[in-house]
Design a protein around this ligand. Structure first.
Ligand code: SF4
Length: 184
């Protein structure tokens, strides 16, 4: 098991705004989880991956963030101590499980933060039809980059005449490991 024992787990309210109803938490350990990070990035769709410093940022649904460092895990957004503990248990299990399966996973070194809204926009129908609920394709492109919506939310894109654009957009998103925030 790559990450066996957590040495310290500190849970606290952020000093910048102690009125916020969220907690921050930091777990530290002596194991080095950096060999697992490109695989975790591939499996969980990291938002940002700094390969040089081995820092992987995961953006979860409902505003939570997890940052993985070689010997530290930072959690942001838990509502209470039980949720912070559950989040740590979950990510620890994910790291160990993914690392165990690494021979069957293609590591990913790119991340979603590398996606450019303008490049996404170029591959949309660009009719500003508002069917997606956004005022313009640009707003949809920005939300898609964040993982807040999916390609299915732009029905015109699935018309035959936009097939080439759709295929290119899917390929572009795939390069950066894009995934919707509510994806399983
Ligand atoms: S549904 Fe598609 S084409 Fe229409 S505004 Fe939204 S992103 Fe643009």
């Amino acid at each position: 098991m790559l990450l066996d024992r957590i040495e310290n787990f500190d849970i606290f309210r952020p000093k910048m705004d102690s009125t916020k109803e969220v907690l921050h938490a930091i777990a530290t350990f002596t194991a080095d989880i950096s060999p697992a990070l490109p695989y975790v990035n591939a499996e969980l769709g990291g938002w940002d991956y700094d390969q040089a410093n081995q820092v992987l940022l995961l953006k979860l649904s409902d505003g939570k963030w997890i940052t993985l460092h070689p010997q530290k895990i930072a959690l942001r957004g838990a509502r209470d101590m039980a949720e912070a503990q559950a989040l740590l248990t979950w990510i620890k299990a994910q790291i160990n499980d993914i690392y165990e399966r690494r021979d069957h996973i293609t590591p990913r070194f790119a991340s979603q933060a590398g996606l450019k809204v303008i490049e996404i926009l170029k591959l949309l129908p660009m009719t500003n039809c508002k069917v997606c609920g956004y005022a313009a394709c640009m707003a949809y492109a920005a939300a898609l980059r964040e993982g807040e919506i999916s390609l299915k939310d732009c029905p015109p894109l699935w018309e035959e005449k936009y097939r080439e654009k759709r295929d290119k957009l899917q390929a572009y998103l795939e390069v950066f490991g894009w995934r919707a925030l509510d994806a399983e």
